[in-house]
Design a protein around this ligand. Structure first.
Ligand code: OAD
Length: 254
């Protein structure tokens, strides 16, 4: 096949910029990379390890059933780290897009609550929230930002074990109906700071592509596992690439 001419490439780029600027319907997926510069450890990478254990081996119902104290010690470690973290320019830029676009959904795999702290409200926390705790006995759920002195913590009402209000491997992710609908109608799908290793989120770009009516872009530190599926990609730290891309959507000086 002949190489496309410089004019053809420039024309296609102009069309993409116009599409991104004018689109009214957006779905954005984020992962641990968007919070990395806030100080929250990512999962895959050396800083995600806790006592040399791979987080994937701890984030399971089986690990909790076997040793709830150990799983809670890991969550307490993560909660302590996250408690001192503030949203960064990447989180804030996404909240600014939400404020302007009529149809917007931010789907995050992160449980740190930093998107909400940045002002995002049209938000689906697909893996739950680390500040929520749920009783495995009576199902009571509450918001708890403080540390627990005795691990594993117990329910004040029924004495059952409390667990973090997050989704573990093998469990059903939250808000899937709402997310499916957003993926089906969006004109722009952005994937930010995720390795693309964990489903269902890793499959969202396929779902959007299958429909063939949306522009797709990946913003990440390095190519994700599904990188070749995106129409466009920008690699670098989220605090730089996200505000830069938001400038494409909202215009300069948003
Ligand atoms: P990962 O830790 O798998 O991947 C983090 C991604 O962020 C990688 O692609 C990095 O290249 C990128 N990254 C790192 N620093 C960055 C920065 N400063 N700016 C931009 N990108 C950066 O995290 P997730 O993909 O979110 O699930 O992981 C998905 C799920 O796996 C998590 O929600 C969690 C985990 O196990 C459960 O616990 C169920």
């Amino acid at each position: 096949m002949d190489k496309p001419s410089r004019e053809a490439v420039a024309g296609a780029m102009d069309a993409a910029v116009k599409w991104v600027r004018e689109c009214r319907s957006l779905c954005v997926l984020t992962g641990a990379g968007v919070s990395a510069e806030s100080g929250v450890p990512t999962f895959r990478g050396p800083e995600g390890l806790w006592k040399r254990r791979d987080p994937v081996s701890l984030a399971t119902p089986e690990a909790f059933a076997e040793d709830p104290k150990e799983v809670w010690e890991w969550y307490q470690w993560r909660r302590r780290k996250i408690r001192g973290c503030a949203p960064n320019a990447g989180h804030r830029a996404l909240a600014a897009v939400e404020a302007v676009k009529p149809d917007f959904l931010l789907v995050t795999q992160n449980v740190d609550g930093l998107h909400r702290a940045a002002g995002s409200r049209r938000l689906a926390e697909i893996h739950g929230n680390i500040w929520t705790v749920r009783c495995v006995g009576c199902g009571a759920e509450r918001y708890e930002r403080g540390d627990f002195t005795d691990l594993p913590p117990r329910c004040g009402a029924c004495g059952g074990l409390l667990r973090p209000g997050v989704v573990w491997f093998g469990e059903m992710p939250f808000a899937m109906e709402r997310i499916d609908a957003a993926l089906d109608r969006c004109a722009l799908f952005l994937s930010i700071g995720t390795s693309g290793a964990v489903y269902p989120a890793a499959g969202f770009v396929q779902q959007v592509r299958h429909r063939g009516r949306a522009h797709t872009a990946e913003l990440n530190m390095q190519p994700s596992e599904g990188a070749t599926l995106f129409a466009e990609a920008h690699y670098g730290p989220a605090t730089q690439v996200v505000p830069a891309y938001v400038e494409k959507i909202l215009g300069p000086g948003w």
